[in-house]
Design a protein around this ligand. Structure first.
Ligand code: HEM
Length: 448
């Protein structure tokens, strides 16, 4: 483990062995948002592990721009590599350019236009299942919705309903297992507990299912218009001496990575947007009016996304206020470097936090206020200051996909239902690898 320079200020309140773990477990967001008060780079200790958290925008952007020196790695990614393999999310710089080139066409506008009707159709199906006055578990239902969407977008009809249901069940075990492994102390992360055994079983079966689909697709070479076809066909088309096609193991790693990256994040984004609209019924009414005017009752398409302007601003503001992927993301320093006035040795773990940046009052005045109007053309913040999807070469490949999905699903849900908060204490964010509204329950009231 690299020795972190002593001239970097330490966050206060570290205990001898645990470091800042107690503060972090008790109030992670309060803890990270207090860090900028101590400097642009701040030392934080999780037990024996020290990480340097970058707290200002310019240094964060420098780290994210230079992915050769500030490579994927550190706490979050080293652990998830065990499960996600060497897919796009976790791979080091050395493998990244090739993988990204091979996968990018699967997210082209033309492909997204084909995926959008799937998003709308599943949102409509979900919305039809509720009844007036029902209290819904928002996280759970949004997770089911985003899982169904990604499964169909990825595999279209490749999975028979029973196999799809097993794959979704497996995914429901694998995702929390990965998240658990990321946030647990290393000694406890893979203990052979019943939960770990369940995880291993589900993980093995999910990879086997994906392996079978790949074998079929490779055999018939048909492009079925889904993400998996796009991934395999562009990979096959790439020149051997340049990018080289994806191996089966790599293709499975990518598929698992898309599942993991594309479900929990998007469902949290959707859940936070519904939460915000429930607390701001006047904004919700305006969103509904916009949806009625733009769509007039027809299903939304990819071309409608930019037309749903206010809906989009609500989604952007929800992603700013509660960035689903990012209260703390990590990098590893690949060679000795000077950063923010300090010399960092190779091997230092850095952390960056979209949450911290999005709550800096110098970038976002009154950062705790939910204010979609900050995204009006007249006073839009600096583009680089919005890092819910990261920044630079490792920026989210699914950003347009996710934005379209949240906007289109929100349009369907809000047109059909009013989402009312329940009395009681305000909802807290639950912080695991990402940021989701903890036990968010809301009452749905028929709007038609
Ligand atoms: C609201 C939803 C989403 C949010 C907030 C989000 C956020 C992020 C962030 C912050 C990163 C960069 C991580 C880092 O810098 O360490 C990232 C990377 C990534 N995301 Fe997303 N994501 C979302 C949805 C999706 C979807 C729908 C997919 C795929 C279908 C996806 C696939 C990926 C992949 C593959 C990467 C790695 C990209 C690379 O390193 O080249 N994400 N995402």
């Amino acid at each position: 483990m690299a020795k972190v320079p002593a001239d970097i200020p330490a966050a206060p309140g570290a205990l001898p062995l645990a470091g800042h773990l107690r503060q972090l477990l008790r109030d992670p967001l309060g803890f990270v948002s207090g860090l900028p008060a101590h400097g642009d780079l701040v030392r934080v200790r999780f037990g024996p592990m020290t990480i340097v958290v970058v707290c200002d925008l310019e240094t964060t952007l420098r780290v994210l721009r230079d992915d050769r020196i500030f490579d994927k790695g550190g706490l979050l990614y080293d652990r998830s590599r065990v499960v996600l393999g060497n897919g796009l999310i976790t791979c080091p710089h050395a493998d990244h350019r090739r993988q990204r080139r091979v996968l990018q066409p699967a997210f082209s506008s033309e492909r997204l236009s084909r995926y959008a009707p799937v998003m709308t159709a599943h949102a409509r199906e979900a919305a039809e299942q509720w009844h007036d006055g029902q209290i819904i578990d928002v996280n759970k239902l949004m997770m089911q919705l985003t899982e169904r969407i990604i499964a169909e977008v990825m595999f279209s009809d490749a999975l028979a309903p029973a196999a799809l249901s097993t794959a979704l069940d497996d995914l429901g075990v694998v995702i929390p297992g990965i998240i658990r492994s990321m946030i647990m102390p290393p000694q406890l992360a893979w203990l052979p507990t019943p939960a770990d055994r369940r995880f291993r079983r589900a993980h093995t079966r999910l990879r086997a299912t994906l392996g079978e689909i790949i074998a079929e697709r490779r055999a018939d070479h048909a492009d079925r218009g889904d993400l998996f076809s796009a991934m395999l066909s562009t990979a096959a088309a790439s020149r051997e001496d340049d990018d080289g096609p994806l191996t089966d193991t790599e293709a499975i790693d990518q598929a698992v990575s898309f599942f993991v990256a594309g479900t929990e994040t998007t469902s949290s984004g959707l859940a936070w947007a519904l939460y915000a609209l429930g607390r701001h019924p006047e904004i919700c009414e305006r969103v509904r009016a916009e949806v009625d005017e733009v769509l007039g009752g027809r299903p939304g398409t990819y071309a409608d996304v930019p037309r749903l302007e206010l809906t989009g601003r609500v989604v952007t503001e929800a992603l700013r206020a509660w960035p689903p992927a990012g209260w703390l993301l990590t990098r590893t320093v690949a060679r000795d470097v000077r950063l923010g006035g300090h010399d960092l040795p190779a091997g230092t773990t850095l952390g960056y936090s979209p949450y911290v940046i999005h709550h800096r009052p110098d970038l976002y005045p009154a950062p705790d206020r939910f204010a979609p109007e900050r995204w009006d053309a007249a006073h839009r913040p600096r583009r680089e200051a919005f890092i819910a999807f990261g920044f630079g070469a490792r920026r989210c490949i699914g950003d347009q996909f996710a934005f379209a999905e949240v906007v289109l699903a929100l349009a369907v849900l809000v047109a059909r239902w009013r989402f009312e908060p329940l009395p009681g204490p305000d909802v807290r964010p639950s912080v695991a690898a990402g940021l989701a509204p903890h036990r968010l329950r809301m009452r749905v009231a028929d709007h038609r």
